[in-house]
Design a protein around this ligand. Structure first.
Ligand SMILES: Nc1nc2c(ncn2[C@@H]2O[C@H](COP(=O)(O)OP(=O)(O)OP(=O)(O)O)[C@@H](O)[C@H]2O)c(=O)[nH]1
Ligand SMILES: [Zn+2]
Length: 213
């Protein structure tokens, strides 16, 4: 995939001031962002997160998934190391888009799991394409990563582009009464490398939290 670097700026967050790099896919105009901290000149493996857009979890505080929790945790860990990179990829809903994700949530409200819902809508369980990462990593001078993920597909994708995944760092945060089934389905049907016992218990401030299955 060809991607154009557009501009960089500072991005202060509660944990650190990152540098934000904006990119545009030349064929589709799709926009992606990377947040970086520190220097990568020494070529040592970079603590990295590949985060797929989830408007509901990342911006609207949804408890249906673990995305918002993972996003915060990844930025906190990068800040603690004073070095790292977060790639915020605009592949909402595992690549089906926001409105189709809402359609999929509607089916899940009626009992389908996250994979069945995608399939009933005529989509694959996971439609994501990670090829924009190759030019983004090259632009930033990153060749080797310690990747914060539970998703083996991300490891395979990076290795397929000739990058080194020096380590996988589990990211098990945000399990709550509303996303238990979703996380179980990710482990059983999508191959995510995690178990319920890996997660810290967490009860959100929600009046129905204790009544959820
Ligand atoms: N189609 C669909 N997409 C979802 C659903 N829940 C979350 N997503 C999207 O899934 C993506 C996040 O994927 P996850 O499978 O949670 O996690 P991951 O990024 O593959 O793996 P980790 O690196 O371990 O977090 C985001 O793009 C979300 O918008 C859902 O029920 N249906
Ligand atoms: Zn999400």
């Amino acid at each position: 995939m060809t991607l154009r670097f557009i501009a960089s700026s500072k991005l202060p967050t509660p944990w650190a001031t990152f540098t934000m790099h904006g990119f545009e896919e030349t064929s589709s105009g799709q926009e992606h962002v990377a947040l970086t901290l520190g220097s990568f000149a020494d070529q040592q493996p970079v603590l990295a997160r590949i985060h797929s857009e989830c408007l509901t979890g990342d911006a609207l505080f949804s408890l249906r998934c673990d995305c918002g929790f993972q996003l915060q945790e990844a930025l906190k860990r990068i800040a603690a190391e004073k070095r790292g990179a977060l790639f915020y990829l605009r592949q909402e809903g595992r690549g089906i888009g926001l409105l189709n994700k809402i359609r999929a949530y509607h089916l899940q409200d009626q009992g389908a799991d996250t994979v069945e819902a995608n399939e009933r809508l005529g989509f694959a369980a996971d439609q994501r394409d990670y090829s924009m990462l190759q030019p983004m990593l090259e632009h930033l001078g990153i060749q080797s990563v310690r990747l914060m993920t539970n998703n083996p597909r991300k490891l395979k994708a990076l290795e397929g582009y000739g990058l080194t995944v020096a380590d996988r760092v589990p990211l098990t945060t945000g399990r709550n009464p509303f996303n238990e089934d979703y996380l179980s389905t990710k482990a059983s049907k999508l191959g995510h490398l995690m178990q319920a016992t890996d997660f810290e218990p967490f009860t959100p401030h929600h009046p129905d939290a204790r009544r959820q299955p």
